[in-house]
Design a protein. Structure first.
Length: 127
């Protein structure tokens, strides 16, 4: 019923940006989402670099094997951040995209904290 009233165009926004389809579209914030995605990706690049540096200093055995696995997952997630950024760069901003951007940024922060923990454990094992 609503699509023929507005000529088949996208649904008009109602009160507070809630579209008739039920999604919430942010009128502003596209730049903020892009900044969040770029920050998350850059942090994941730093995490990848740090992880591979740690691998070079770590002893072999179980620790070396687990660091290799951790580094592969960090690299996989860094590529995932890049793919999400490329696929959503020019997409209209909605609540879901903002939440995904925040989750990705906080995920990169989590990886940074895990790497710092691993560095502390390796330093304790050496000394």
């Amino acid at each position: 019923m609503g699509s023929h009233l507005n000529g088949g165009c996208s649904p008009k926004l109602g009160i507070m940006g809630i579209a008739r389809s039920g999604t919430f579209q942010l009128k502003e914030g596209g730049f903020m989402v892009q900044v969040l995605l770029v920050l998350g990706f850059l942090l994941m690049l730093y995490n990848t670099y740090t992880g591979f540096q740690m691998k070079g200093k770590a002893p072999g055995g179980v620790i070396g094997e687990r660091l290799t696995q951790l580094n592969l997952f960090i690299l996989l997630f860094a590529l995932g951040y890049l793919v999400v950024g490329v696929l959503t760069w020019s997409r209209p901003v909605d609540t879901l995209l903002l939440i995904v951007s925040l989750i990705l940024l906080f995920g990169a922060i989590f990886v940074l904290l895990v790497l710092r923990l691993v560095q502390a454990v390796l330093a304790a094992l050496e000394g």
